[in-house]
Each structure stands twice: as structure tokens, then as C-alpha cells.
Write a protein that binds this ligand. Structure first.
Ligand code: ATP
Ligand code: MG
Ligand code: MG
Ligand code: MG
Length: 563
């Protein structure tokens, strides 16, 4: 590619709404452009990277035996009524209707659609197990779309759904997907951790997330330094969405008073706005209910609305220091996931299986979850008072804490959807039975942003080799006037092209300094600078983008040097 034939529009200024480095660099390099809140155009430069990520994902999914397909983005509302998930997803669902006033959602995820497909296609255990996937556009009306494509409203996800005769078969595919995800992120070249996680609105019995390690990550994760143990610490279900802390304190006090309050009373007090609802969680075994105020957008797993009885001990407000420690927070609020909220910590609910939440004594971490099953639940229980340097719960090493970006999430769903939608098969005994199901999501667009969060310096992006938009940049000094430079640059360009190497030649009429800083910003891994002075000595200059180390290389051997 020659830059004059490409669309290269870089910017010096950082857009005001770009808080994190990947967002800034993606805009400055011209990879993406904003259309509206949470809506981005992928310019040719950005798309080259996005397609590389997609291709790696596709190859590893295929290698793991998954079958690619493509489902509609627009989904009939009736499907969602079958599973009763409209409330769980709440305001994140973009509702649309056609000219006949029929209702649809722009799909935020595809469990319903795939289950509908499968219940019509598969009727015998002989057709199982099977794993379908797609790479497709989703829409989630996030409360706070931000960080560019990291948390956008329209985004691309790879989502896979597997179907099984029994739990054992599900576990085999789940493990295969875990391995595939590991290979994918390794090939992309990012440092990550696989952590125990909350199953959110997707539901099911257990799940794990894949987090790319980065300071800007919205989640806090804890893991053992041996790499065998990891959990997401920041799955806080107990949130009260209120406009200020005084309001929150008052609400919490109300909820926590020993006098009995009904949900209606609490709701009245809180004057719930549209999209907010109050939910309660049951304490395992004791059926002790706890009030929880959430915006409809927040995903809750299997919560039941019951009358609020007295809550044994007062809920506690976190102080500002603690809040700051926990997440990328804003004054007095914690950004838990996509919510701006105040966390309610109740240290008495340690034995709840639906809901655990707590901060340790020195307020260093908050380990909170909305997990309902063993593995994840225990993960948090184990970490309740844990600190960095403590032995990890599995005894393999010491605990470390890091911030992570959730790029992937895999779930064992069990028969939640197949039962709700009557997706049954005949088993070996000829009996009708609901299928077991797993689902596996990966944020394709988010992965690109995550890669930049982990790979940049003060000059710009440093692409990992496997997803770089171009492998080599040829930067000729004085291309327009020096024929010798032009010939050397063109020759090298043609040779690299003929070898199938992705190369970009900057043939623009721009000052050398301008050209250099553009390509530092773009982050092309290998850069060859061709100028008269070096050519006088039969040499060209090679620059490695990662360490910016410059090497003079004999002009005749530059191809060997690069390949
Ligand atoms: P998050 O916790 O960041 O809101 P999620 O848990 O809601 O993500 P999942 O339902 O697990 O997301 O979806 C699978 C993957 O899709 C996520 O792991 C993430 O990589 C990606 N994803 C989810 N929401 C967004 C978004 N708003 N913008 C970009 N990617 C997203
Ligand atoms: Mg979300
Ligand atoms: Mg999540
Ligand atoms: Mg998730």
C-alpha cells in the first residue's frame, strides 16, 4: 500500500471524551471515528487490525471444531418473552418495531435465536455435541458508553453456543473453548488471565472470563503468581444507583433499619426512575431477603422479588479512599461494570449463595459477586479477607492483584434456555430430554482496544506483530526529489509485496519529522528509513518500533534482515 493511495488521516489533538490511551490513539491514528454515542466507524486502517483479530479467532474456533454461521442481528421480541430475559437485560435492549408495529430487539446476545434454530434443527442425541459460532454486530444500550470501542453500544462479538446430551459433554467443549481462547489471545500477543466470574444476565451454573491485563481495566482481578488461580473481584451485585452519596446513605439506612420495609416502601422512598428496579436476593438456606436497587440494565442472575424483612446488621457505606481503591471511580461513586453507583456492603451476608459482597478490614479490596454456584462463589468466599501476598486459595502461590479488561467470557448454561424454549432431543433410550448448553463470547472490537492498552508508549501504538495493520513501513526521506531514494524505496516495496509481506510505503510529500511521528503513532513494527545520506554509505536505517532502536543495515541485505 502506498500512503497516497490509502486513507491516512492522523490527528495531533486528543479528543476531549477520550479518557483512556487506546481511545486516544485510535482516534489520533485515524483507526476509528465517532458517529454518535457509542457508535464508531472503522476506517480502513482500523479495519485491517480488526480483520486480523477476527481471522485469528475464526481459525482457532474452526480448529476447535466450532461451526461458523450467521444469525440475524434483529430478533423478534417473542423469543425473549419465552426466556423471560427482557427484565434481566432491561435498558440495554434496543427495542425497534417494523411498519406492522411488530416488536423486535437489536440483539445484545443470541442465546434465544440459536436455541430457536437448534430446537428446529436438532432432535436426536446423534446430532450432538455441536458448537455453532458467529462473528457479528451486537447492540447494547450501555448506560455509559465510553472508552471508544472498549465500551461502545454497537460492537462486534464472536459468540459461540454449544449443545449437548449431558453435563459431561458440555464440560469437554467448555474446556476446548477455554483452550481456544487461550490460543487466540496468545496469538494476538497479549498478557491475560482467565478468571472465575459472575454469570450475569446470561445465566447458567458457572463461568470464566478472560482478562487482558491493563491499568485502565474496569475490573479488578486477583490471581496466584503461579498462574493456576484467578478470580474477578469486582462483580458487585449490591448496588444502589443514586445520584449522590447523601441520598445513598439515607437509602441504605432506611433499608437497614430493623423495622420491616416492603419493596414498595423502599421503592417509593427511592422514587425509582425509568429503567430502575428494586430486586431482592435470598440468603441461601435462611431465605433472608436483602434489598437491592439496580438499574434495569444491570444483569442479575436468578433474583427473586420477595418482601423485605429486617436486615440483620447495618449496611455500610464505603469511604472515599476505599472507593478510589476499587475501580476507576468518579467522585463518591464507584464505576462497577457499566454502572456509576454506590456500593452497599453488608458483611453479614457472607453465607448467601445468591449474593456475597464485602470489603476486607483495611478496605483494600472489595470482593463482591452475584454468583450463585460453587466455583465462583467459593472464589469470592476464599478471597473475602485476602490481601496481596497471601497464599492463594488453591495453595499454589501467592495472591497478586491486577486490573483487567474483559475480552472473553465463557459459560456453562446447563438447560436454562433449552428448558425455557423447549429445545429437546430424544436420548439413547428414546426419551425426550432438554439439551445442555454452553456459550462463549469474545469482544472482537474490544480486543483491538485492549491490545493498544497493553502495547503503546508516549509516541503511539506498538502493534503486536500478528495484528499490525502493516508489518513494514518504508519511510523515504525526500521521495519526491531524490531519484535514488525513490528507486530504493520502490524496489524494496515491490520486493516485499512480491514476498507477500504487508508493507506500506509513505510516498506523501511531507516533512521527514512529520512522517516519522505519523508512523510512530501508527505503530508499524518494522520501519525502514531510506535517505540519501545512508545510501551514500550503501546503507538504510532499520527501526524497531518497540524499543525504537535504530540499526544501519547494508542496503543489499535489508530484505534478509527483515525476513
Ligand atoms: P462488560 O462486563 O464489560 O459489560 P459483559 O459481561 O456485559 O461485558 P458479555 O455478555 O460477557 O459482556 O459479552 C461477551 C463479550 O463481549 C465481553 O467479554 C466483552 O469482550 C464484549 N462486550 C460486552 N459489552 C461490550 C461493549 N459494550 N463494547 C464492546 N465489547 C463488549
Ligand atoms: Mg455488560
Ligand atoms: Mg462482564
Ligand atoms: Mg461477561
Amino acid at each position: 500500500m502506498r500512503t497516497t493511495a490509502f486513507h491516512l488521516v492522523t490527528r495531533k489533538e486528543t479528543p476531549q471524551d477520550a479518557e483512556i490511551i487506546s481511545h486516544q490513539l485510535m482516534i489520533r491514528s485515524g483507526m476509528i471515528r465517532k458517529l454518535g454515542a457509542g457508535l464508531y466507524t472503522w476506517a480502513p486502517l482500523g479495519l485491517r487490525v480488526l480483520q486480523k483479530v477476527e481471522q485469528i479467532i475464526r481459525e482457532e474456533m474452526n480448529a476447535a471444531g466450532a461451526l461458523e454461521m450467521l444469525m440475524p442481528a434483529v430478533q423478534p421480541k417473542e423469543l425473549w418473552e419465552e426466556t423471560g430475559r427482557i427484565d434481566d437485560f432491561g435498558g440495554q435492549l434496543l427495542a425497534i418495531h417494523d411498519r406492522a408495529e411488530r416488536d423486535y430487539f437489536f440483539g445484545p446476545t443470541h442465546e434465544e435465536v440459536i436455541t430457536d434454530f437448534v430446537r428446529n434443527e436438532i432432535n436426536s442425541y446423534k446430532q450432538l455435541p455441536i458448537n455453532f459460532y458467529q462473528i457479528q454486530t451486537k447492540f447494547r444500550d450501555e448506560i455509559r458508553p465510553r472508552f471508544g470501542v472498549m465500551r461502545s453500544r454497537e460492537f462486534i462479538m464472536k459468540d459461540a453456543y454449544s449443545f449437548h446430551l449431558d453435563q459431561q459433554s458440555l464440560e469437554v467443549t467448555y474446556e476446548a473453548m477455554k483452550q481456544a481462547y487461550t490460543k487466540i489471545i496468545n496469538r494476538i500477543g497479549l498478557e491475560f488471565r482467565c478468571v472465575l466470574a459472575d454469570s450475569g444476565a446470561i445465566g447458567g451454573s458457572g463461568s470464566q472470563e478472560f482478562h487482558v491485563i491493563a491499568d485502565s481495566g474496569e475490573d479488578a482481578i486477583m490471581y496466584s503468581d503461579t498462574g493456576t488461580y484467578a478470580a474477578n473481584l469486582e462483580k458487585c451485585a449490591a448496588v444502589s444507583l443514586l445520584d449522590n452519596r447523601a441520598e445513598a446513605t439515607e437509602a441504605i439506612n432506611k433499608v437497614a433499619t430493623p423495622t420491616q420495609k416492603t419493596i414498595e416502601e423502599v421503592a417509593e422512598f427511592l422514587k425509582l426512575r425509568k429503567n430502575q428496579m428494586i430486586k431482592t436476593l435470598l440468603v441461601a438456606g435462611t431465605e433472608q431477603p436483602v434489598a437491592l436497587v439496580v438499574r434495569g440494565d444491570h444483569s442479575l442472575n436468578e433474583v427473586k422479588a420477595v418482601n423485605l424483612e429486617s436486615v440483620a446488621s447495618p449496611l455500610r457505606m464505603l469511604n472515599d479512599e476505599e472507593i478510589k481503591d476499587l475501580a476507576g471511580c468518579e467522585a463518591g461513586f464507584i464505576g462497577v461494570k457499566d454502572l456509576a453507583c454506590q456500593i452497599i456492603v453488608d458483611r453479614t451476608v457472607a453465607n448467601m449463595s445468591d449474593f456475597t459482597c464485602g470489603a476486607n478490614e483495611n478496605g483494600y479490596h472489595l470482593s463482591g459477586v452475584n454468583w450463585d454456584r460453587d466455583a465462583s462463589y467459593h472464589a469470592v468466599e476464599d478471597l473475602r479477607d485476602a490481601e496481596v501476598g497471601d497464599p492463594s486459595p488453591d495453595g499454589t502461590g501467592t495472591l497478586q492483584v491486577a486490573r483487567g479488561i474483559e475480552v472473553g467470557h465463557i459459560f456453562q448454561l446447563g438447560s436454562k434456555y433449552s428448558k425455557a424454549m423447549n429445545a429437546v432431543i430424544l436420548n439413547e433410550q428414546g426419551k425426550s430430554q432438554a439439551m445442555e448448553m454452553g456459550c462463549y463470547g469474545m469482544g472482537v472490537t474490544r480486543m483491538v482496544a485492549a491490545a493498544i492498552e497493553q502495547n503503546h508508549d508516549d509516541k503511539g501504538i506498538i502493534w503486536p506483530a500478528n495484528i499490525a495493520p502493516f508489518a513494514v513501513a518504508i519511510l523515504p526521506m525526500n521521495y519526491q526529489k531524490s531519484e535514488r531514494v525513490r528507486r530504493a524505496a520502490d524496489d524494496l516495496y515491490e520486493q516485499l509485496l512480491s514476498m507477500g509481506i504487508e508493507v506500506i510505503l509513505d510516498d506523501r510529500k511531507v516533512r521527514p519529522g512529520f512522517m516519522m511521528s505519523d508512523f510512530e503513532l501508527l505503530g508499524i513494527p518494522h520501519q525502514v528509513i531510506i535517505g540519501d545520506r545512508a545510501l551514500d554509505e550503501g546503507e538504510v536505517e532499520y527501526r524497531d518500533r518497540r524499543d525504537m532502536a535504530s540499526t544501519r543495515v547494508n542496503h543489499d541485505t535489508i530484505i534478509q534482515f527483515l525476513t
